[in-house]
Design a protein around this ligand. Structure first.
Ligand SMILES: NC(=O)c1ccc[n+]([C@@H]2O[C@H](COP(=O)([O-])OP(=O)(O)OC[C@H]3O[C@@H](n4cnc5c(N)ncnc54)[C@H](OP(=O)(O)O)[C@@H]3O)[C@@H](O)[C@H]2O)c1
Length: 317
C-alpha cells in the first residue's frame, strides 16, 4: 500500500475528531468517519469523507484507525464491544486521560488483537494539521514507525517509548506547567489590580518574566536530575509586615495596605532577602544568559531555593 494515501478511519467527531479528520482529508487520505451522533458527520461527508454505519465497519475500512472520543469510558463503550472485529486492527488512541487509563485501554485492546499506539494532542483544534501542532505518542513502536507519514498530517510527532501511559504522563506534566502559568497570571493580575493596574497594562510585564522561564526550567531540570537543591544562592524573601524585627510596626507608614519590602543580606537574619551568588556553582548558574544575552539572576533562580528561603523567613518571623 502507498502509505501516503493510506485509508484512515476516525472514530469520534467532536471538535477534535473533526479537526483530525479534516487534516487527514487535506493531506489527501481517503477518510472514513463514525460518530455516535450521526449528524456530526454531515459536514465531513460534504468534504469527501465516507461515513460508516457503525464502529466495526469504520475500523474495517481503515489501515489505521484514529480514536478521539471524550474519555476512556467512551473508548471502552465504543471499542470493547467490537471484540474479535479488532483482530489485526491498528489503533491510534488520541483520547485524553491518565497514564493508567491509557495503559488499561492499550491492554484491553491488545488482548482483542489490535496494535495500539496511544497519543495526546498538545494543541487546540485550529492548530491541528499545521506546523505548530504537536502530538505525543507512546506504545507499539512499529505502529509509529510504519504510520508516521500519515500521523505527520496531524502535526509534529514525538514518540516517547513503549509504555502506552508515557504520552499521557507528559500531557499531565505539560498541562501542569500551562495551567500553573494561567493561574499565576490571574493571581498576579488580582494583586496589581488592587492598585488599579489593568490586566492589559500588566500583561506585557508578565510576558517579560515568562520569557525567562525556559532558561529557568533548564537550570531546575539540572537540579532535579542531580537531586541537588542546596539553596545557597539567589535567595529571595518577601519580608512579612509582621516581622518582629521590623523597626516599623505593622500598619505604620504612608500606606495602610500590605506592603512587602525588599532588602539584600544574609539568610541568617530573619529579614533576609536577596543573596548574591557566591562560589563556583553559583557563578556558573548566574552566568547563564537571559534572552537578551546577558547573565540574568532571575533566570537562574530555582524556585526550590526561593521557597526554602521564604520558609526560613516565615519560620523566624
Ligand atoms: N478540543 C480540544 O482542543 C482538545 C485538545 C487536546 C485534546 N483533546 C482531547 O480530544 C478528545 C476529544 O475532545 P473533543 O474536544 O473532540 O470533545 P467533544 O467535542 O466533547 O467530543 C466528544 C466526542 O466523544 C463522543 N462520545 C462521548 N461519549 C461517548 C460515548 N459514551 N460513546 C460514544 N461516543 C462518545 C462524542 O460523540 P457525540 O457527538 O455522539 O456526543 C464526540 O464525538 C478528548 O479526550 C479531549 O481531551 C481535545
Amino acid at each position: 500500500m502507498d502509505i501516503e494515501n493510506e485509508p484512515v478511519t476516525v472514530l469520534g467527531l467532536g471538535a477534535m475528531g473533526t479537526a483530525l479528520a479534516r487534516a487527514l482529508l487535506r493531506a489527501g487520505h481517503p477518510v472514513t468517519v463514525w460518530n455516535r451522533t450521526p449528524a456530526r458527520a454531515e459536514a465531513l461527508a460534504a468534504e469527501g469523507a465516507r461515513v460508516a454505519p457503525d464502529p466495526a465497519a469504520a475500523v474495517a475500512a481503515g489501515a489505521l484507525t484514529v480514536v478521539c472520543l471524550l474519555d476512556d469510558a467512551a473508548v471502552a463503550a465504543v471499542l470493547d464491544p467490537l471484540g474479535g472485529d479488532l483482530a489485526g486492527a491498528t489503533l491510534v488512541n488520541l483520547t485524553s486521560g491518565t497514564p493508567e487509563q491509557a495503559r488499561d485501554a492499550a491492554t484491553r485492546l491488545t488482548h482483542l488483537g489490535a496494535d495500539v499506539l496511544a497519543g495526546t494532542i498538545m494543541v487546540p483544534t485550529p492548530l491541528v494539521g499545521t506546523p505548530d501542532a504537536l502530538v505525543l505518542y507512546s506504545g507499539v513502536a512499529g505502529v509509529h514507525e510504519e504510520h508516521r507519514p500519515t500521523l505527520e498530517a496531524l502535526g509534529r510527532t514525538d514518540y516517547l517509548g513503549a509504555d502506552p501511559g508515557r504520552a499521557a504522563l507528559f500531557d499531565l506534566g505539560m498541562l501542569d506547567v500551562f495551567f500553573a502559568g494561567m493561574a499565576s497570571f490571574l493571581h498576579a493580575a488580582a494583586v496589581v489590580g488592587r492598585d488599579g493596574i489593568t490586566g492589559a497594562d500588566f500583561a506585557p510585564y508578565a510576558e517579560q518574566v515568562a520569557a525567562i522561564l525556559p532558561a529557568t526550567f533548564r537550570g531546575l531540570a539540572a537540579d532535579v536530575d542531580a537531586a541537588s537543591h542546596p539553596g545557597d544562592e539567589d535567595n529571595l524573601v518577601i519580608n512579612p509586615r509582621r516581622s518582629p524585627t521590623s523597626s516599623r510596626p505593622a500598619g505604620a507608614g504612608a500606606s495602610t495596605r500590605p506592603c512587602p519590602s525588599w532588602s539584600t543580606g544574609s539568610r541568617s537574619g530573619p529579614s533576609t532577602a536577596v543573596t548574591a551568588p557566591t562560589g563556583s556553582r553559583a557563578s556558573s548558574r548566574s552566568s547563564r544568559p537571559d534572552r537578551t544575552g546577558r547573565p540574568h539572576a532571575l533566570a537562574a533562580r530555582p524556585m526550590a531555593r526561593w521557597t526554602a528561603a521564604r520558609e526560613g523567613s516565615v519560620a523566624s518571623s
